[in-house]
Design a protein around this ligand. Structure first.
Ligand SMILES: [Fe+2]
Ligand SMILES: [Fe+2]
Length: 370
């Protein structure tokens, strides 16, 4: 009798903890990746373009919807409008009236660009349109994090959720009043030019990113776009802290470089515009908390970079051995499709806890062998 009671008590506890786990994981991206989705044959998959993969993915749609909802929760309606406008059409407005040669010369003079460079901007066939939708851009370079169609949206969905929760935690634990427009708005804007920078190539990989002001060019171009669109300086400064923070003199000097380079491209004065302190050497004083929130919340890349690459290696093996793919381009397409519908992080979770066989079963939910 006694043992029967403790057994049922154990099962009640187990059920309760399972229910708790399910309730805790409730983000729409998780729900979309977990729900049964359309099955496609491998032959269909390798014929799809990156844009088609993103358009069809419920995961990418869920990520976009969650980003839009976060933008709408901001208190500055104008800022929310700019963010939603960029997500709808990430056309580089910073090109309007820009003199590329003059920018290049100014960047060279300040040592902010490789002296051998003869052009500054990523290619753009049609200056009135973005090279791809926001929703189909990868989260980063092909050898880095969330590198698949829609990876920018899933990267930002995690980062923006992190920024919101981090701002809550600092308020709840220490009473810090964090400007959510700067912290969350900065996070929403932080990688906005990845659709321009990481254009998809014929082999289903994406463009290799040049450096600008000592970091990936998307960072500086994204800050310049925010400046050009009249985003408040406090938001631009927080956004500029995504890759480095103002916590040490060396790290702050890098943020100052990003802001200086961005100001050159946007055609604004970084001091008079309120992006730098009066001496032009540091961020505006006293240094605010919002940049640190953006910086810490962008640190998903620490895990998602290697996780994406480890999982991609396992997927290439799977698609070679079990789906009979041989060409590099087909393998890339199949990898992109699996990631765009299930996310690289979910598949990494499966691989790291349940192994390659379980990874194969997960992929088989959405890709048929024949
Ligand atoms: Fe970035
Ligand atoms: Fe990022």
């Amino acid at each position: 009798m006694h043992s029967h009671l403790s057994l049922s008590r154990r099962s009640v506890l187990r059920a309760a903890s399972a229910a708790f786990a399910a309730a805790a994981v409730s983000h729409p991206v998780f729900a979309a990746a977990a729900a049964p989705v359309r099955e496609r044959s491998i032959a269909e998959v390798i014929r799809m373009s990156p844009v088609e993969m993103a358009e069809e993915s419920a995961v990418v749609r869920a990520a976009m919807t969650s980003l839009e909802a976060s933008a709408k929760r901001l208190s500055d309606a104008k800022l929310a409008g700019v963010i939603l406008d960029i997500m709808k059409n990430p056309m580089p407005r910073l090109l309007e009236g820009v003199d590329e040669a003059r920018c290049l010369e100014a960047l060279r003079r300040e040592g902010l660009i490789d002296a051998k460079r003869s052009s500054l901007f990523p290619p753009l066939a049609d200056r009135s349109a973005a090279p791809q939708p926001y929703a189909s851009a990868p989260g980063s370079g092909y050898k880095s994090h969330h590198a698949y169609p829609g990876g920018l949206a899933t990267h930002c969905a995690l980062n923006v959720a992190s920024a919101e929760k981090l701002a809550d935690s600092y308020r709840e634990v220490f009473g810090l009043e964090i400007d959510r427009d700067a912290a969350v708005g900065g996070e929403l804007l932080h990688d906005l030019h990845k659709p321009w920078v990481f254009q998809w190539l014929k082999d289903h990989t994406c463009r290799v990113e040049p450096q600008l002001a000592g970091t990936g060019e998307h960072h500086v171009l994204s800050i310049a776009e925010s400046m050009k669109r009249g985003v408040a300086p406090a938001v631009c400064v927080a956004q500029a802290c995504a890759h480095d923070h103002p916590g040490t003199a060396e790290s702050e000097a890098r943020v100052v470089k990003y802001l200086r380079a961005a100001a050159i491209i946007a055609g604004v004065d970084p001091v008079r515009g309120g992006y730098l302190a009066a001496d032009g050497k540091t961020l505006p004083q006293p240094r605010r908390m919002e940049g640190f929130v953006v910086h810490l919340a962008d640190h998903d890349f620490v895990v998602s970079g290697p996780a994406c690459q480890w999982t991609a290696a396992a997927l290439y093996e799977l698609f070679r051995e079990q789906y009979g793919l041989t060409s590099e381009a087909d393998l890339n397409a199949a990898r992109n499709y699996a990631f765009a519908n299930l996310t690289a992080m979910r598949l990494y979770g499966v691989l790291s806890t349940r192994g390659k066989r379980a990874l194969g079963e997960e992929v088989a939910r959405i890709v048929k062998k024949a």
